[in-house]
Design a protein around this ligand. Structure first.
Ligand code: RI2
Length: 323
């Protein structure tokens, strides 16, 4: 059999995810499902085994882009497990259909989750956000649609400033926004009714893996008595953590934090190995600092999320893109 041919759309989607031109756990999952559907649609193979091999390699290419958001492997698993049939055209049809179902369910889940999350928000509340999460924003959008008026304190979220995307979306919806330097959050928490964040992964013990800075914010919120709400579709539940695996925290490039020019200002050369820069993209917030995880299946105390994980995933997972 010749080497599987990967569609350029799969390659470019993988590059866009790795470089964060496509980002946000739900958006990444959606793009990955779309890329697998494109691979299936545009294949040139005539042999069913070759088709399966192509899809597996395409899935692996997408999988190897970023390690932390479990929505990516969950999406790939879901689509590949729907690939069925005896002929290439049957395999194509089932794969494309499964990807479409996945994308539809993803959008529906976010809308449902938003309605659940909105129930926690009261008219006049002030919400503090971190990073940019479409799941968290869905809760705010549903509350606004229900006629509630909200204000937001939006953390910048260095080093990539994704808080600016959140601020832009909230202003589009007419929400008054205060854009806040990350380090100032504790000072403003006494004006806040809810901390509302998303998640890239949720572990079986209820730990929340989200954008770096979330855990410090949650600790401060707990100290100030401000409830912490995590908006996360069930696609963010990490099945491997049920069998003791931990979630890998992505380490990103130094240049996102310190460029060559800044290095020179600090007084070191770009190749000075004795000035190390650490740039973890995510951190882990223990369940004791989280009040509620809001999903499309309802709201859960973090410690009970494992029951939902067992319902949805069973006890074991294999990787369908493994040869
Ligand atoms: P939604 C993002 O990660 C943020 O950490 C955000 O909270 C999370 O994904 C979930 O986003 P990144 O891709 O799925 O910006 O709620 O590193 O949109």
């Amino acid at each position: 059999m010749t080497a599987p041919e990967i569609d350029p759309v799969v390659e470019s989607t993988a590059a866009d995810i790795a470089e964060m031109r496509i980002r946000g756990a739900a958006t990444i999952a959606d793009a990955a499902a779309e890329a697998l559907a494109t691979q299936a649609r545009r294949t040139n193979v005539t042999d069913p085994e070759a088709f399966r091999a192509e899809l597996r390699v395409a899935a692996r290419t997408l999988y190897e882009t970023r390690p932390t958001a479990v929505s990516l492997p969950n999406a790939l698993r879901y689509v590949l497990r729907g690939m069925a049939g005896e002929t290439v055209s049957q395999l194509q049809a089932t794969t494309i259909e499964q990807a479409e179902v996945f994308q539809r369910d993803l959008a529906d889940a976010q809308a449902t989750l938003g309605e659940v999350g909105a129930n926690r928000l009261r008219d006049g509340d002030v919400v503090m956000t971190h990073c940019h999460s479409t799941d968290a924003l869905a809760c705010i959008e549903a509350a606004l649609e229900a006629g509630k008026s909200l204000e937001a304190i939006v953390r910048e979220t260095r080093p990539r400033n994704q808080g600016h995307i959140t601020a832009s979306q909230l202003r589009e919806w007419g929400v008054p926004v205060t854009l806040l330097v990350d380090n100032a959050a504790r000072r403003y928490l006494d004006q806040v009714d809810h901390v509302l964040v998303g998640a890239d992964s949720i572990a079986a013990d209820g730990s929340v893996i989200n954008k770096i800075g979330t855990s410090g914010l949650a600790v401060c919120a707990r100290e100030r008595g401000v409830p912490v709400m995590v908006a996360a579709q069930t696609i963010k539940l990490h099945p491997d953590t049920m069998t003791g695996h931990t979630v890998e925290i992505e380490m990103r490039a130094e240049h996102e934090v310190v460029g060559d020019h800044e290095r020179t200002e600090i007084g070191t050369e770009p190749d000075d190995e004795d000035l190390q820069v650490e740039n973890p993209a995510f951190d882990v917030t223990p369940p004791r600092h989280v009040d509620a995880i809001v999903t499309e299946r309802g709201q859960f105390p973090p410690e009970s999320i494992v029951t939902l994980m067992r319902d949805l995933f069973g006890e074991t997972t294999g990787e369908p893109w493994e040869p």
